[in-house]
Design a protein around this ligand. Structure first.
Ligand code: 26W
Length: 799
């Protein structure tokens, strides 16, 4: 594929798809034209993959997720098709800067955080491995809100990714299902018949997901809601214009916007409708495809694996039974076993408030037949396990975690520690009843987006050092290890990091008006704002460091830039207070002439996938400081390690496995372990005790409380301060001194550039296991029992 071909195809699309000639083209036009030309090159492998899957008459995986945090797609497609140089040349030959063209694409922000991004990484790996499958989700008109700061306070703005045409999707008007809601269930000659009183249409929109080197492509099918009867002409003619469009507007509400909560179950009826809408449409589509190839529905588990991305699609169990039993006449128990044979369930959180529990009255109102079926499942499980105390229905609620567990043949956690905690806590009883159902599948991330695309400097160095095969066989990064003692390699490694830091410094100056010193340590914490992730502990340590530097300005300090990024759920008051505090502390510290050269705080608004791709390659230090036992896995931690940023962190989630693999000497550990945290909480006044024992912490807390960072307003941070002094459920105070000491160890280590770079390079060399390709191979073998339909890339003659 030559530059000329890509250029001529781009110019053809500019003219015939965008209706623009080059002299009048805007960056949007060139971005769209190039996207269409690149997309053309995905169609052939896409069709071939679909045909191969049909020809194989084998098994497919269906990944059901309320969230797919995709980000941008143009660069990802160019990287996977190996067209980087050609695409850059096409843009320049059209008189446009390549980076500017790429930056014109909006992020597809159809997710909140870890769970949504994991789903996107999994799609990339399934295609790269040739694992036949589909992603199923919702085509939200508005993704995760845009964040801006007003005087340091988070303001949410609607996200408008569909304001421009979405270059990567194909509308499928022929793939449309009526999804029913409400109504009643009545007996009809011995059978239960659901008579819903509402219907909404689900229309498919397909996005091809191309794998590494374009060898396979799966489909991401997103459902958009439409009204059965759109426009009410009669109302319009009566001049009731709102009335005329109301049916359309009401129906589209279901796929209008992503719920921005990522840890607390809003429990809103619309959320339940969203969950049923996409799950029901997906199951109809799955059964249509199956019935097109096979007769016997009892064989479904041999051809269909359905993965529930947390409990959000858990209604899939009852819905599949309803389709098999109510609509296809299969007897109930066989329908239940058949459904269980298809379903796998992944748990992503232990946070009690994040476990979905729907009030029975609400389930009865929205999905009356499903509530009945859930009741029968619960009774059946009771009969099979008389003396149990794990109930799907309890205290007037439908527990979606228990439903997912009981309806799945395999349940998995997302890191070794988390899976053990799932067995010992949330599902302890069910684990006792089904001891071989829970397995671990430690998360992973795709190296295509998170190294090849995000860090071209490192990509080049690694490729020049160990050849090209690492991209689809990431554990080959270990071949770098011998080179860590080679000065030439280490100079080049340091140069790559420096290049990325200078690029980030430029971006911060241009977009945030902030000047940072690229020689300083870039200490980065980017993730959703939540008390268990302890961004407030980070900013308290920053205040204590500021105090220490002011007390001894000529001391031996390590210049540091503290970079934060992250959104708070709009209703999460304390998280929003933490954001305000970070911005307020930054305002004061950045203005301090005494400490300016030693300490800066930067918090660019609207953290998203694209910003992560910009920040992670430039990081020196990765902040993974959650309360042990709370972060199920983390995936940012893996992206930082791969890109040469050692971790300061607790023994939580996948930090444990990262430390095991990169080596304890290349990881700055601190803090209590999960059992120690549980024990510490039983100590009356544990926070006050810790504050009394730590003058640094006490001083920092007092400064926050007394208004040092809020123009003397002593109310602004009363919430955060009182919570820490009197509750501190996430043991910030008790872990503070350990964190402070670890940060001082980091300072000392960073003052030895060669030693630091060695740690960084060993983090890269030893983090290959955290590829999502390894994770997906685990799911294929241990959960989905499916074989890839293409040979492993490593078998290929030349990459
Ligand atoms: C009902 C509201 C809601 C929405 C999303 C509750 C919980 C969620 C997600 C499960 C939260 C989430 O994103 N969990 C993160 O999942 C990642 C992928 O497995 C893990 O790496 C993170 O540790 C976990 O917090």
């Amino acid at each position: 594929m030559t530059h000329a071909d890509l250029r001529s195809d781009t110019l053809r699309h500019l003219e015939f798809s965008l209706g623009k000639d080059l002299p009048h083209a805007h960056v949007y036009d060139v971005r769209m034209a190039l996207s269409l030309a690149v997309r053309d090159r995905i169609i052939t492998p896409w069709f071939a993959s679909t045909r191969a899957a049909y020809a194989a008459r084998g098994k497919r995986v269906y990944y059901l997720s309320m969230e797919f945090l995709i980000g941008r797609l143009l660069e990802d497609a160019i990287v996977n098709l190996g067209l980087m140089d050609e695409a850059r040349a096409v843009c320049e030959s059209c008189g446009f800067d390549f980076a500017t063209v790429l930056a014109n694409e909006p992020d597809a922000a159809l997710g909140n955080g870890g769970l949504g991004r994991l789903a996107a990484c999994f799609l990339d790996s399934m295609s790269t491995l040739g694992c036949p499958g589909h992603g199923y989700g919702i085509r939200y008109e508005h993704g995760l809100f845009q964040q801006r700061f007003e005087d340091g306070v988070q303001i949410e703005e609607p996200e408008e990714w569909l304001r421009q045409k979405h270059a990567w999707e194909f509308e499928r008007p022929e793939v449309m299902y009526g999804i029913a809601f409400g109504g009643h269930v009545r007996d009809h000659d011995g059978r239960r018949v659901w008579e819903p009183d509402e219907q909404v249409l689900a229309k498919a929109h397909d996005t091809p997901v191309i794998g590494w080197r374009g060898r396979w492509a799966n489909t991401l099918r997103l459902w958009g809601a439409e009204a059965v009867h759109g426009f009410d002409l009669a109302a319009f003619n009566r001049g009731d214009y709102m009335g005329a469009t109301a049916p359309e507007a009401l129906a589209r509400t279901i796929s209008r916007v992503l719920y921005p909560d990522d840890t607390s179950d809003a429990g809103k009826e619309l959320r339940l409708r969203q969950e049923y809408f996409f799950t029901a449409a997906s199951l109809r589509d799955i059964l249509r495809r199956f019935c097109g190839e096979h007769e016997d529905l009892a064989a479904l588990p041999r051809h269909v694996a359905i993965q529930l991305n947390d409990t959000h699609p858990a209604i899939a169990g009852p819905e599949l039974i309803r389709l098999l039993h109510d609509e296809h006449g299969m007897d109930f128990d066989t329908a239940e076993d058949t459904a269980r044979g298809c379903l796998g369930y992944t748990n992503h959180t232990l946070m009690p408030e994040a476990l979905e529990r729907w009030p029975e009255w609400l389930m009865d109102r929205v999905l009356p037949r499903h509530l009945e079926i859930i009741g029968r499942i619960d009774e059946g499980h009771a009969r099979a396990h008389p003396h149990r105390n794990a109930h799907i229905l309890s205290d007037g609620n439908v527990n979606m975690g228990e439903l997912s567990f009981i309806m799945a043949h395999k349940v998995n956690g997302v890191s070794a520690l988390h899976t053990d905690l799932v067995k010992d806590t949330v599902f302890a009883e069910l684990h006792r009843l089904h001891p071989d159902r829970i397995v671990n599948q430690t998360n992973g991330v795709t190296p295509r987006r998170w190294i090849v695309a995000a860090n071209p400097a490192l990509r080049k160095l690694v490729g020049d050092t160990i050849g090209p095969r690492w991209v689809s066989d990431l554990e080959r990064l270990s071949e770098l290890e011998p080179h860590v003692d080679d000065a030439g390699f280490m100079d080049a490694y340091a140069a790559a990091k420096r290049t990325n830091k200078e690029a980030l410094a430029r971006w911060l100056r241009e977009t945030q008006g902030v000047t940072v010193n690229p020689a300083a340590m870039f200490d980065i914490q980017i993730k959703r704002i939540h008390e268990y992730k302890r961004q407030h502990m980070n900013i308290l340590e920053t205040i204590a460091l500021w105090n220490a530097i002011r007390e001894d300005p000529n001391g031996e300090w390590t210049p540091r830039v503290k970079i934060f990024g992250g959104k708070a759920a709009p209703g999460y008051v304390l998280a929003k207070e933490i954001i305000h505090l970070i911005n307020d502390v930054g305002r004061v510290i950045n203005a301090d002439p005494v400490t300016r050269d030693w300490l800066q705080v930067v918090y660019p608004p609207n953290y998203n996938v694209t910003m992560a791709e910009r920040l992670i390659p430039a990081a020196d230090l990765s902040e993974q400081i959650s309360t042990a036992g709370k972060e199920a896995s983390g995936t940012g931690n893996m992206k930082f390690a791969m890109n040469g940023a050692p971790t300061i962190g607790t023994l939580d989630g996948a930090n444990v496995e990262i430390r095991e693999r990169v080596g304890a000497e290349n990881f700055f550990l601190f803090g209590m372990t999960a059992p120690e945290v549980v024990a510490r909480r039983t100590v009356e006044g544990h926070a006050a005790q810790a504050i009394d024992a730590s003058p640094r912490l006490a001083q920092a807390l007092e400064q926050v409380a007394s208004g040092v960072f809020s123009d003397g307003d002593t109310d602004r941070y009363r919430g955060v301060v009182d919570n820490l002094r009197h509750h501190d459920f996430f043991v910030v105070c008790s872990d503070f001194d350990g964190y402070w000491d670890a940060q001082r160890r980091v300072d000392a280590a960073f003052r030895d550039p060669a030693g630091w770079m060695r740690m960084a390079a060993l983090n890269t060399a030893r983090s290959g296991w955290f590829s999502s390709d390894r994770t997906i191979r685990g799911y294929m073998a241990e959960v989905w029992d499916i074989a890839p339909l293409i040979a492993p890339a490593s078998d290929l003659a030349a990459e």
